[in-house]
Design a protein around this ligand. Sequence first.
Ligand SMILES: Nc1ncnc2c1ncn2[C@@H]1O[C@H](COP(=O)(O)OP(=O)(O)OP(=O)(O)O)[C@@H](O)[C@H]1O
Ligand SMILES: [Mg+2]
Length: 373
Amino acid sequence: MASGDDAIHGREREFACFDEVVAEVAAGGRRTLVVCGSAGIGKTTLVDALVRRARVAGLQPIEGHCLDIDAAVPLGPVIQALADLPSGPPTHARGPAAATDPPPSGISGTVGMVKESPFDRLRAELTRAARRRPVLLVVEDLHWADPSTQDFALALARSFREPLLLALTFRDDDLTRDHPFRRRLAELDGRLGVLRLDVGPLDAVATAALVQRHTAAPADPLVVAELGRRAQGNPLFIEAILADRGPGVPASLRDLLLTRVRALPEDARRLARAASVGGSMIDLPLLTEVVGLAGLTEERFDDGLRGLIDANVLDPRGDQLVFHHALIRDAVSGPAPERTGPPARHLRAADRRTGGPWFHSQHPRPEHPRPVA
Ligand SMILES: Nc1ncnc2c1ncn2[C@@H]1O[C@H](COP(=O)(O)OP(=O)(O)OP(=O)(O)O)[C@@H](O)[C@H]1O
Ligand SMILES: [Mg+2]
């Protein structure tokens, strides 16, 4: 079974970028790498490859992980990462500057009479470590971090002076319009030394290589084309579909795909459900008619649609709307009964009135509604 870089397909551009920034930091520089992309697109896999490169180049890699829980400990991921630092002797290599170093954490919480904040203490600890040896600090899934962890990362990107490669990952499709991390992220955009890496879908060649690795046989072009249509280059989705083998949405992906839909008010969920029974492009005039028949006013329609766009369930494409991912559409339209969607008789009525093929779904539509949640 392939491992390390051999198990990663189609990421040559990212690897080239890693080689460049690792070399810069090994030579004493500072860089911030922001790795972002959809859930399952391969951010962690890439960061693991970055860690391997950093190690070979002599950097000290340390990692902190932010979790999807409300009770996040302030600065928890930073504390977790710094705990991996080997405790080395205090550095005096830089002469006078070292004399102004705050004391190591855990030894004293004060500098003179002024109480040192955990923020300053952790930063001082990182400073000492980076003076001993260039550091790669990875903070994974920063969109879930507590505000102090996000502030810490931003402060490092802005003003850290020692050899450091700061690698931050986040899920961009989790960044709803009013997500608090958006504002912080904007502070990084365009800043000197900050490089943003948008991780995109695997192409057909990489998809075929992934299929071949999983099935231990050359990939059938028809299977690759089918996976391209359903998984749209997302390696997690490709793996789940290969493991599931069925024609529907793999059970292992349902919660992930529906999280953002479930968090929306009922009108938005009804709209998502109504939109999901059409093709990949959403026919807005037809959708308006269908939900109008189901009793949704124009104002509620507009609010619901805005909610779906703000939550990255639907994306504008030109003057059209599409589902953010084909599998979200499939999961929303799923085969189980839908309680909150427009009744099937309304859909059929709209079909008759517009002559449109509203029922172009592979799955038979149930008569009884079910909640998307
Ligand atoms: N380029 C790739 N080639 C082959 N397999 C990959 C590639 N990228 C990711 N994978 C596989 O896809 C799955 C998801 O990858 P990964 O966990 O890195 O995604 P992620 O973007 O970090 O997801 P999340 O948003 O949930 O953190 C893993 O099983 C991984 O091995
Ligand atoms: Mg990840």
